[in-house]
Design a protein around this ligand. Structure first.
Ligand SMILES: [Cu+2]
Length: 315
């Protein structure tokens, strides 16, 4: 049905490259042509050879030629651009849909069966539709090897699609400046054969099995890494965008709730609220609105694992 024999990384590579190189080719041709012609005229009509300027009224034939040729060139460039772009906007009905959640400053991927991943894992030869969601500001997902890029706009849902054609690991970047750690906002895209993908997809214990359960807090650490919490929170006491996790558990500190300073003790209920409703109480001295709710991606069970991890950082 879908060709997997293509040597290109995705189905959009050849149409994109055709458009790109035809524009570049025409531009180079014009640059060289105009430069050569200009130099030729400079010598040919040198003042020493022909002092008197001639007045030319007009030349219909020439005017028609220099209108038609550039029009054809421009239409040609438009055609290749349109032919490459149009299919990108029309995803097929079949294939898999992966919800791509962008936030300051990481991407995470939510699959139809509830599986979550920090890495975009896709099957080779199958249309992949990314449902793009931003929970905070503008981001943009860019996969250079696949020749696809799409802005992610908060409050709007967008679809981007492609067919991976060659197994491998590719880079995926955020291509829209989105704040302090924007340049670190990237993830891997791993394209694997269908059978291997099916195994990965149905194995919902995969995340847990890579975690050494005998190490206290290990599972919580992996969850926070997957969700990108460490872009804003350190575990060593240093302040990044948010407070450090070091010594957080059991601590008493002041938060601002409805404009009022309130002394709170960091316990399970507080951590849970910090993750599900981060803007209800703001730790004094920090900015409101930076951390967004994780209620759709972090379960109650995950929260208790995160708490186990925080307990290991008690001072
Ligand atoms: Cu971003």
């Amino acid at each position: 049905m879908y060709s997997t024999t293509g040597i290109e990384a995705s189905n959009f590579v050849s149409s994109f490259d055709t458009a790109f190189f035809s524009v570049i080719g025409i531009s180079i041709l014009l640059l060289v042509g105009i430069t050569v012609l200009m130099l030729y005229f400079v010598f040919k009509y040198n003042r020493k050879k022909n002092k008197v300027a001639e007045h030319i009224e007009g030349n219909t034939k020439l005017e028609i030629i220099w209108t038609i040729i550039p029009t054809l060139l421009a239409l040609g460039m438009f055609y290749f651009g349109w032919a490459g772009w149009h299919p990108m906007k029309n995803p097929p009905k079949d294939g898999i849909t992966i919800t791509t959640i962008a936030r300051m400053w990481n991407f995470s991927y939510l699959y139809e069966n509830g599986k979550q991943s920090a890495e975009l894992v896709v099957p080779v030869g199958m249309p992949v539709k990314l449902k793009l969601i931003s929970v905070d500001v503008l981001h943009s997902v860019f996969i250079p090897a696949f020749r696809v890029k799409e802005d992610i706009i908060p409050g709007r849902e967008k679809i981007m699609w492609f067919i991976p054609q060659k197994a491998g690991v590719y880079d995926l970047y955020c291509a829209e400046y989105c704040g302090l750690q924007h340049s670190y906002m990237s993830s891997d895209l791993r394209a694997i054969p269908q059978e291997e993908f099916d195994k990965w997809y149905t194995d919902t214990t995969a995340l847990a099995s890579t975690v050494d359960e005998s190490v206290p807090g290990a599972a919580g650490f992996v969850i926070m890494k997957t969700q990108g919490c460490n872009a804003c929170h350190s575990s060593d006491g240093s302040k990044i965008i948010g407070p450090s996790y070091l010594g957080l558990w059991g601590k008493q500190h002041i938060v601002v709730r409805d404009g009022q300073d309130v002394l709170v003790t960091v316990d399970s209920a507080y951590i849970r609220k910090s993750i599900y409703e981060p803007n209800a109480e703001i730790v004094k001295g920090y900015q409101k609105g930076l951390m967004q709710s994780y209620d759709k991606v972090i379960s109650e069970d995950d929260i208790s694992k995160i708490i186990d991890y925080l307990k290991t950082l008690e001072e």
